[in-house]
Design a protein around this ligand. Sequence first.
Ligand SMILES: NC(=O)c1ccc[n+]([C@@H]2O[C@H](COP(=O)([O-])OP(=O)(O)OC[C@H]3O[C@@H](n4cnc5c(N)ncnc54)[C@H](O)[C@@H]3O)[C@@H](O)[C@H]2O)c1
Length: 343
Amino acid sequence: MSGMRKSAILITGANGEVGHGLIERLSEESSDPIVALDLMEIEPELKKRCAASYAGSIVDRALMERIVSEYRVREIYHLAALLSTRAEFTPDTAHDVNVTGTLDLLRLARDQGSWAAESVKFLFPSSIAVFGLPDLETKRAAGSVKEWEWTAPMTMYGCNKLYCEQLGRYYANHYRQLAEEPSEYNVDFRCLRYPGLISATTLPQGGTSDYAPEMIHAAASRKPYACFVREDTVIPFMAMPDAIDAILSLARADVGHLKRRVYNVTSFSATAGDIRDRVAAHFPHAEITFAPDEKRQRIVDSWPSDVDDSWARSDWDWDAKHDIDATFNGYLFPVIEKKYAGA
Ligand SMILES: NC(=O)c1ccc[n+]([C@@H]2O[C@H](COP(=O)([O-])OP(=O)(O)OC[C@H]3O[C@@H](n4cnc5c(N)ncnc54)[C@H](O)[C@@H]3O)[C@@H](O)[C@H]2O)c1
């Protein structure tokens, strides 16, 4: 039967910020049809680029079965998640979506792989939220952290991501290791930990690094903005085009070169004050103030100021094209100005 189904790339959370960029690039660069899934109806512009799109939840098993009855899924970009701020308000739902939903997809990948006698690639964006530094002094002393350091997250989202990284590694390297006939086509799980992402075209919702993009979009649309963290708050960031490059490079890397299943990636680290300065220099009318929210501040303070991405650099030639100057002057400002020009 499997031969009759069309092969496809499945993207979950397709209507989100990363999904937008990913669908644009994949639809131009890959010949495989894209099947998009999101809780919300996929935007018409994106829909045109997909072979099919489904509005529904990854935890809806009947829906997932319908998808695999129609498509042979060869590759999965599992982007659907409840982000860090939102997850803190509804931790039970977050666990259902972020953990149970991911486990269901790993099982789906396993089944698709064994039917087709070909490992299914499973791309999973994790986050710097998997880290948890206990206090600012430790954060300062830690500097750039390696993949295995300080993995004691203080948010439900961080716990969920960290556990799913481990599950993915298990399904890739150790699945049914004691069985008489261990399966030959384990899930080809590949994960990167994104820093805070900044897009010029979409606005983030429900993340705790959202202050950076919110500040920029507010200034561009001439709205005042009160930043919810202190001016000296520092975490790593990345421009959205680099985030898309990163996930596609990892997907295309020769599996033999991958010495890990989970990689840190970053572009630049900046304080909220650095970002304010750049935005204010470019938009003289910008009204940016700092009104730290103690609780959200504590979460951002538990994230590292920088991550060591040397494993990604050496295993799959990771290198961000946009440093901080290129991110602001070459990407954000020109694209955002065009976006708000009509408004
Ligand atoms: N944006 C960032 O700064 C950032 C940083 C680190 C990691 N990530 C990760 O990257 C991935 C994509 O993030 P994003 O920035 O595009 O987030 P986003 O919130 O813009 O997109 C997530 C999408 O998932 C969808 N979704 C939520 N629950 C769902 C469910 N049950 N079933 C189907 N779809 C569901 C949402 O409707 C949304 O469109 C996420 O896994 C996120 O954890 C993002």
